[in-house]
Design a protein. Structure first.
Length: 309
């Protein structure tokens, strides 16, 4: 992110229909706008106000959905870093399912997708789940870029200093969950996997541990993969199970759920019966990441069942 330019996301973001905002403040106005919190839920109707705030502080837009496993890993990290900046950044969370106009405006073909706004102009940050260290690095560059463009304000929360405002206390995590979360924040996915596995050994019905384990395993698998290399390897060897697994993982981490399921189901259909078990196990694991209530999981399960029988 070296400079602000409408070309930064040319063809990827179209905010023209979302600019129904109030008039800009008078030139020379020094007061930063007041907000309820530095983390807000943005909607199709309220986004004009978000655009206006981006003239005072950079706004980070986190496009997410309830069914998106990687979003559940990335969003808490983004929120944590935003709060630590004490009003120098506003985080606008956009549920793409509930806000189709915003999803269309940002052309969010995969999530999580994170875009910044500086003085109303979109600046790319990242797509897909990334470790906390990388999030912090990108936020630092964002603040530098904002300063270069004169966007250096600080938000007031409810008319007072941001640092004086505390959110509701979060319930204390069980020890092994806390251990896993700390490991995730440090980018130590193997340690997080061990912690979640211990939690499941103690309580096999621990759904949060099971979900966390699946998500961390996915992050651990994709962190060293290169998308172009993985796709080339998969195209060259259509029946290479590991090569197809790699691309399916990358697709899922990037929010391309149907692509990931379709790739593995196609592979399952082509393999001999005695070689199908690992593919079925991986599909079941990915189903758990997205959630049984998701219609894409239901459709993929139905196809898997038809292929089994």
């Amino acid at each position: 992110m070296s400079q602000i330019s409408p070309a930064a996301l040319r063809g990827a973001v179209d905010l023209s229909t979302l600019r129904n905002r109030p008039p800009a403040p008078a030139e020379g106005a020094a007061a930063a706008p007041g907000v309820v919190d530095v983390v807000v839920d943005a909607t199709d109707e309220s986004f004009g106000e978000i655009l206006e705030i981006s003239r005072t502080v950079p706004v980070v837009v986190d496009l997410w959905a309830e069914w998106c496993g990687p979003c559940k890993q990335l969003s808490p990290i983004i929120e944590k870093v935003t709060r630590e900046l004490e009003g120098r950044v506003l985080l606008a969370k956009v549920d793409v399912d509930a806000n189709p106009q915003l999803a269309q405006g940002f052309r969010a073909q995969s999530i999580p997708m994170v875009v910044a706004l500086i003085a109303g102009q979109p600046v790319p940050m990242f797509t897909g789940a990334v470790p906390e260290a990388q999030v912090r690095e990108v936020f630092a560059k964002l603040l530098q870029l904002a300063a270069e463009n004169g966007v250096t304000g600080t938000l007031a929360v409810n008319g007072g200093a941001v640092r004086d405002v505390e959110g509701p206390a979060e319930p204390e995590l069980p020890p092994l969950h806390a251990e896993a979360y700390a490991a995730i924040e440090a980018g130590d996915y193997p340690a997080a996997i061990v912690a979640y596995e211990k939690a499941l050994a103690e309580n096999p019905r621990d759904e949060e541990a099971a979900a966390g384990l699946g998500q961390v395993r996915l992050l651990a698998r994709v962190q060293s993969l290169d998308l172009q290399s993985a796709r080339a390897a998969a195209a060259a060897a259509p029946l290479d199970v590991q090569a197809q697994f790699d691309v399916a993982d990358l697709d899922l981490a990037g929010g391309h759920v149907d692509d990931a399921f379709g790739r593995l189901l196609d592979l399952f259909a082509q393999l001999p019966a005695d070689e199908r078990a690992p593919v079925r196990e991986r599909l079941v694991e990915l189903f758990g990441l997205i959630g049984a209530s998701d219609p894409r999981v239901a459709a993929a399960r139905n196809r898997l069942t038809s292929l089994l029988f």
